[in-house]
Design a protein around this ligand. Sequence first.
Ligand code: IMP
Ligand code: MG
Length: 177
Amino acid sequence: MLDKVKVLISAEEIDAKLAEMGRAITEDYQGKELLMVGVLKGAFMVMADLARHIELPVEFDFMAVSSYGAATKSSGVVRILKDLDEEIAGRDVLIVEDIIDSGLTLRYLMKSLRVRQPASLELAALLVKDGVERPPTDIKYEGFHIPPEFVIGYGLDYAEKYRNLPYVGVVEGDLGE
Ligand code: IMP
Ligand code: MG
């Protein structure tokens, strides 16, 4: 339970980082019509909080992919559970991710979105795990590098739970269930 969760990145630290990322995005997309694409479910909190730090008339869309199931290790299998609602040809698209671990999900996603010929395709990720295989693409806006441990909270789940924690935490021992 929650007494086994150690805070790795506090809510305050997350907000300060998102403010910084939001300022950079605001500058970079001046005069453009930014479309933010959130990768569900994990990115829903980053998406909402990051967007509040962007001073531009942003549009939103969401995709849902699944690479893990209930396991805590990547299976290498990426499924599109929900595609975008809108066409992205000619659009300036920013993908928003919660965490990049193996990079498998992103590699697959960027590849399938690039085929649709957006004007630009960039990536924002709150967390990037160290010491693991990196995605082939640049992460234009990154939040924190974290050790290669399983984390929960701020959108990230363990078997679909704990996404609502306002901080990013590490599980010490077994959460049970
Ligand atoms: P990747 O394909 O290995 O980069 O993993 C991407 C997806 O796996 C993320 O968008 C998360 O949904 C999930 N994931 C990766 N690492 C963690 C973790 O430490 N905790 C919870 N979910 C994770
Ligand atoms: Mg997940």
